[in-house]
Design a binder for this molecule. Structure first.
Ligand code: C5P
Length: 227
């Protein structure tokens, strides 16, 4: 069967990764979570004192970029790939609210984006890939056969992220999570390099009041039309 590229873009916590995982499993495609790559670089920058709440050593980070190796290793038990930075499994560490607070600052740096976009294009060169992020349909794969743009109200998204963090045992308040979601939306949509915008040919899906199953059913129908 013909293989296609599926680009899934949208605001944070719109359930992109859940949908992408479901699609990849159903279609036997590779799933690439590009947010994990920006989070991986941010985690490295935090560990090396290159970024914190009140500083960003942009030049220092750009210099160290060639030293940062990012890899996804598939975990059979979990059924998805985990992020490794320089050989260390950082899947847990990159999902914390601390990384969420700093990642959009790091993702504004053009040199960081260029490095990651190149890797993403290499990972998707043979098609048969579901990639989620902010610039997949606009920059990474402008020729993707299917582009989806996911939205939901910020309160709905913050509630989902809050539930996830609490389930993982993290100490956060709902207000803190909502503020983070809104701040990231702002930075992601206003940056100069590859801002989050809906590609002209993307299909918008507002899943504020859709169940995961309803959303999957809508999208798999769209996929089948392309195969
Ligand atoms: O998808 P996730 O919420 O994990 O992404 C974390 C952050 O990484 C986003 O808020 C955004 O700043 C950045 N990002 C990006 N481009 C992508 C994926 C993520 O700028 N393709």
């Amino acid at each position: 069967m013909k293989k296609i590229t599926i680009a899934l873009d949208g605001f944070s916590s719109t359930g992109k990764s859940t949908l992408a995982k479901q699609l990849a499993k159903e279609l036997g495609y590779v799933y690439v979570d590009t947010g994990a790559m920006y989070r991986g670089i941010t985690y490295y920058a935090m560990q090396h004192d290159l970024v914190s709440e009140n500083h960003l050593n942009k030049e220092g980070l750009i210099k160290e970029l060639p030293l940062i190796s990012l890899k996804f290793n598939f975990n059979e038990g979990l059924g998805f790939a985990e992020m490794y930075v320089n050989g260390e499994n950082v899947e847990q560490q990159i999902r914390t609210i601390e990384v969420s607070r700093l990642v959009s600052k790091v993702a504004e740096i053009s040199e960081v984006r260029a490095k990651l976009v190149e890797q993403q294009q290499a990972m998707g060169k043979d098609k048969g890939v579901v990639m989620d992020g902010r610039d997949i349909g606009t920059v990474v794969f402008p020729d993707a056969e299917l582009k989806l743009f996911m939205t939901a109200s910020s309160v709905t998204r913050a509630q989902r992220r809050y539930d996830e963090l609490i389930e993982k045992g993290q100490q956060v308040s709902f207000e803190e999570v909502l503020q983070n979601v809104e701040e990231r939306d702002y930075i992601d949509t206003h940056r100069d390099d590859s801002p989050l915008v809906k590609a002209d040919d993307a299909i918008e899906i507002d899943n504020s009041s859709m169940s995961k199953q309803e959303q999957f059913d809508v999208v798999i129908t769209l996929v089948k039309e392309k195969l």
